[in-house]
Design a protein. Structure first.
Length: 594
């Protein structure tokens, strides 16, 4: 089979045989269509003068060839590893596909990674080239050279395509055509919540299986635009990149500042938006705060959402039509406008999204689909989609992926998208993959009668109290976090008599609330104010009512700071590092039990 011969995916969609010829394949089909859109201008880019520049599929293919030829010129051999340490931007995409076209293996690195993690990923993967965002990131890598004997070159991303001595184009095309689907495409290091990250090997066939299963579910194509602000070091963002370009859509990159994302959405006007739940929950909170600033606004907001959900479900009574149209004009259309007015679907994962936020968005005509997966599964195990959605679940398993629940409640998955194992770590591979090919996800879950999967907790995060009670902390934590005033809640209680909680505040929401209530807060310690503590106590009491008696929190402490990547209490994908939290706040925890 020719490398350029299309492979038929389920539902009739087509894709190239490997990712090594991806941009050759898309360049032939969509040459003149817009592939990329971004804020900055540059060579070969088109722009309407509105501050956004575009890159065609033909130009994307040319730039990828330049990147791939440069890597060959640096002596990169088939199967060698090339690390990419950069923020999400077009050059990431050029480099990514250039690495694959060269027959090499991509090793994405979070630009926020600390020195220990950076050194580990580069050394464990035996990367021979590191492509860095800028001179500052390159200097970080250069400072580690003594620990990286296999590293031959450190290159700034903007300079990669212009390096002297690139290999001939024919050599690159031959190298790309020779890549086997079962060879590694990426080694993605999981940002583990404990210990150093492990390198997940993902083959071209693994990632192709994900495309085969998901392309028929959420349609796109020329004229569609996907706004991308998620880090391309994360597998989900890479999968979104593949799907958008495979269908001939436009990938629109954010301008580089997270705080500008909501403002940019109104200008970028995407049709598709992958995101973490926090963005949607933030917008929900902002709109609710605006409503509450007006007399009777909170009640009008609640009624607008109620009517919108009824309309979305096709259950709106005829007598409520006029009230719904008024709500649509005063609220729903404005919210859609905040997303640019063209958004047809949004995708979210990584953490549960608040039910109230889902209702708010549904009422406004914006479908948000939750999915579930992990790096070891190629990024996706199950997915809600337009033809099959059950709110509160993470959808049904995708085509080709078997899912079953083990006796202890762990979710197990098997299929062609499951990784072959960890890089240079047979022990961890044997612990994660059983002899029959089942992936032990480490997550606890349930399958309902219709095959929809719900995730109920993390197996290794189970708390066993000194009384022998088994508690899944996430159930109560997520219930507390439904309060718009709470950023994070962390249950403590392993080998303790009962659970307690550490809680962080949403600074923006608390500040806005204090302004409305004319309350002066100490900006350094807002949680010390009795009124703020009462707000949090209300959230904890409501959450306690949703869980069994042994799982209820008996005491809590409001922390004066949020958990952060920099402090080591969050991973680069914003997952909680529980051990780090317990160590950092050991004194506060002892006081709660004292």
């Amino acid at each position: 089979m020719s490398a350029m011969e299309p492979v038929s995916a389920s539902g009739g969609a087509l894709r190239p045989r490997t990712l090594a010829v991806f941009t050759e394949w898309t360049g032939e089909r969509y040459a003149a269509e817009t592939a990329l859109r971004h804020k900055a201008g540059g060579e070969g880019e088109r722009g309407p003068g509105d501050g956004w520049a575009t890159v065609s599929y033909g130009e994307l293919r040319r730039r990828v060839r330049e990147s791939g030829r440069a890597l060959l010129g640096l002596g990169v051999a088939p199967g060698e590893r090339v690390a990419v340490l950069a923020e999400t931007r077009p050059e990431w995409t050029y480099t990514h596909f250039g690495v694959l076209a060269a027959g090499a293996v991509l090793v994405p690195v979070y630009p926020t990674a600390g020195e220990e993690e950076l050194a580990w990923v580069l050394s464990d993967s035996a990367a021979v080239v590191a492509v860095c965002d800028d001179a500052a990131q390159a200097a970080r890598v250069e400072a580690l050279r003594a620990k990286l004997p296999r590293l031959r070159a450190v290159v700034a991303m903007d300079e990669l395509r212009t390096l002297p001595g690139p290999a001939p184009e024919a050599e690159l095309l031959a190298r790309a055509a020779a890549v086997d689907p079962d060879s590694d495409a990426s080694i993605v290091y999981t940002s583990g919540t404990t210990g150093l990250p492990k390198g997940c090997r993902l083959t071209h066939a693994n990632l192709g299986a994900i495309q085969d299963a998901t392309l028929p579910l959420i349609k796109g194509g020329p004229g569609d635009s996907t706004y991308l602000y998620l880090p391309l070091a994360h597998l989900l963002a890479q999968l979104i990149q593949f799907t958008t370009l495979l269908e001939g859509g436009e990938l629109c990159y954010f301008g580089g500042r997270i705080e500008d994302v909501i403002a940019e959405l109104a200008v970028a006007r995407p049709t598709h938006l992958p995101s973490v739940p926090r963005l949607f929950e933030k917008l929900h909170s902002v709109v609710l705060s605006l409503a509450e600033s007006q007399e009777g606004g909170a009640d009008r907001f609640a009624e607008a959402v109620r009517l919108g959900v009824l309309a979305a479900d096709g259950r709106l009574p005829a007598e409520s039509q006029d009230a719904y149209e008024a709500a649509e004009k005063s609220l729903c259309s404005l919210v859609r406008g905040a997303f640019g007015g063209r958004l047809t679907w949004a995708l979210t994962g990584g953490a549960p999204i608040a039910p109230a936020t889902l209702d708010f968005l549904r009422a406004c005509g914006i479908a948000v689909f939750e999915g579930y997966g992990m790096t070891e599964s190629g990024g996706v195990i199950s997915l809600n989609h337009p033809a099959g959605v059950r709110y509160g679940s993470v959808g049904r398993p995708i085509a080709g992926c078997e899912v079953r629940i083990a006796e202890d409640g762990e979710v197990l998955a098997r299929g062609p998208m499951i990784f072959p194992g960890y890089h240079a770590n047979d022990t961890a591979t044997a612990q994660t993959l059983d002899p029959e090919g089942w992936l032990r996800t480490g997550d606890l879950g349930e399958l309902d009668a219709d095959g929809y999967l719900s995730i109920t907790g993390r197996k290794k995060e189970l708390i066993i109290t000194s009384a022998g009670k088994n508690i899944t902390p996430t159930e109560l934590e997520f219930a507390v976090q439904r309060s718009r005033y709470v950023s994070r809640a962390v249950m403590i209680g392993d080998r303790r008599p009962h659970p307690v909680a550490l809680i962080t505040l949403d600074a923006e929401e608390i500040t806005a609330w204090a302004t409305r209530e004319s309350i002066d807060l100490d900006p350094a310690r807002p949680g010390d104010h009795p009124a703020v503590r009462a707000l949090v106590e209300e959230a904890v009491t409501a959450a306690n009512a949703t869980v069994s008696r042994p799982a209820r929190v008996r005491a809590f402490r409001i922390l004066p700071e949020e958990f952060t990547i920099e402090a080591g209490t969050l991973t680069p994908t914003l997952k909680l590092r529980r051990r780090a939290v317990a160590e950092r706040y050991a004194g506060e925890i002892e006081e709660l039990y004292g």
